[in-house]
Structure formats: C-alpha cells, structure tokens
Design a protein around this ligand. Sequence first.
Ligand SMILES: [Zn+2]
Length: 80
Amino acid sequence: MTETYVCSHCEATVTRPFEIRSLIRTCDECDENGRFLHESLVESLHSLPDEELPDDWETLPLDERFELALRQGLIQLTRK
Ligand SMILES: [Zn+2]
C-alpha cells in the first residue's frame, strides 16, 4: 500500500507506505519545510463551494486552506 502526500507550497507529491493526515518534511522541489497533506484531503479542498471561500483562497498554501476549511466547518475529518 502506498499513500500520496502533497506539498502545501508547490503541490509536489511523495509516497509513503502508511496513511496519516499529513507529513512534516522539507520538500525536494521547493525546499520549503512544511506540511504535506494526504491526497484525499487535497481532493476535498478542491471540491469546496466557491461562495464559501475567501478571495485569497487560491494564494494560500494547502495546509492553511485545510485549517481554514476545518474552522469554517467546510470539511469533516472521518475517523478510522
Ligand atoms: Zn514543495
């Protein structure tokens, strides 16, 4: 089993043999140290209704979009 994680800053991806919500690592592509979100979370961020989102949404790193969407109740975390 491999799971895909997406860089919050440049959307480069890495795979890991386990599933968690996010990884903290330094990106090979953009050299930012930050969060890589599991691809399922990134997909849910892409399916949010535009009218609920702030104007600068597209400029935010993915991890900030994720935190914001959680605070606004736009996404739910499913527990396994
Ligand atoms: Zn990156």
